[in-house]
Design a protein around this ligand. Structure first.
Ligand code: AKB
Length: 319
């Protein structure tokens, strides 16, 4: 039987790709998109059920879950790393209170599953930053990272205490044509837009900052694969997932293979400081073992895919 899903934060970077992919998989009658803003044009086009919902509104969330007889809640609403550092109070309220509401509503209504993403931001400067294991030191220094550790620990607690089927992925930087907002890994998308539009980009990270990344299609694949994995196979609740790691400098030299005149300048800001506390690469063997995780796109193919996708979206050829 097809499950019914409610998604919070659905107009965000991932939501904009997730909602159409879910409609294709399970039909629009089984997808309820929610967000704090008015319905965006994409959701109008998709004719998907959409409700305005502030995730801090416990009653509002609970009512929608009951009204649509939801089986699985995908809780994507979150203030990301860069916005969080500009407004830690907002990040605290959305990320902590919001996640607590999602947890409590899932417990009270006995939902079949709660999926809530974590992030590489859950790690910090005391973590082994190369090939970071699934289980290791987690002492993040950003408010966003701290909220993701809270998400993981509380999800685990509700799993043990109330048997709530909580699942989480530590997303690396996610790369797609959808424009991101408020993250530290956003440079790796902005750079493609600027390379195609103006052939110039000023990077807010230094040239040597290596971060784990994946293409949006792999992000969605990992999300669906984990949500659909048999519960009895899972020994963990939160999983590292990755597809590649690269630095801005390496990305520039790959883009230059297609756009040789592309020029880069570096003006590292506070986001460089955040990124340097995050893993450079992840060990995702636990996800591979427990639910057969395997990414499809590696670095060179990702660059080609991004150039083609963004050039189509902008209507500007890149060659
Ligand atoms: C961010 O940069 O804040 C996010 C993330 C890595 O979770 N993309």
């Amino acid at each position: 039987m097809t499950k019914r899903f409610l998604i919070t934060g659905s107009y965000g970077q991932i939501g904009q790709a997730l909602i159409p992919a879910m409609i294709e998989r399970i039909g629009k009658e089984n997808v309820v998109a929610t967000g704090r803003k008015k319905r965006i044009p994409l959701f109008k086009e998709l004719d998907v059920i959409y409700h305005r919902l502030d995730i801090r509104d416990h009653y509002g969330l609970r009512s929608l879950l009951v009204e649509y007889d939801i089986d699985i809640l995908i809780h994507n609403a979150s203030v990301l790393s860069a916005t969080g550092e500009k407004n830690p109070q907002l990040a605290h309220s959305i990320n902590f209170e919001g996640f607590y509401n999602a947890l409590e509503a899932s417990r009270e209504l006995n939902l079949e599953q709660l999926f809530a993403p974590s992030s590489i931001a859950a790690f910090g400067p005391t973590t082994p930053l190369v090939n970071t294991p699934n289980t290791t030191i987690m002492e993040p220094t950003s408010i966003y990272g701290i909220s993701k550790v809270y998400t993981e620990l509380m999800g685990n607690y509700y799993n043990k205490k109330y048997d709530l089927d909580f699942r989480s992925l530590r997303y690396p930087g996610v790369l797609g044509v959808e424009e991101p907002g408020g993250g530290t890994t956003d440079y790796a998308i902005d750079i493609f837009y600027e390379a195609i539009k103006t052939k110039k980009y000023t990077c807010f990270l230094g040239p040597d900052v290596r971060l784990p990344m994946m293409l949006m299609s792999d992000c969605l694949k990992s999300t669906f694969d984990l949500i659909e994995a048999p519960n009895e196979k899972l020994k963990h609740r939160s999983f590292n997932v990755t597809a590649m790691s690269f630095t801005p400098e390496e990305l520039v030299s790959e883009i230059k293979k297609y756009i040789p005149e592309f020029e880069i300048a570096y003006e590292p800001d506070f986001r460089d400081g955040i990124a340097r506390t995050w893993p450079q690469s992840l060990d995702d063997s636990v996800a591979r073992e427990e639910w057969d995780w395997k990414p499809e796109y590696a670095f060179e193919d990702m660059v080609k895919f991004m150039l083609e996708g963004i050039s189509n979206r902008l209507g500007i050829p890149y060659k």
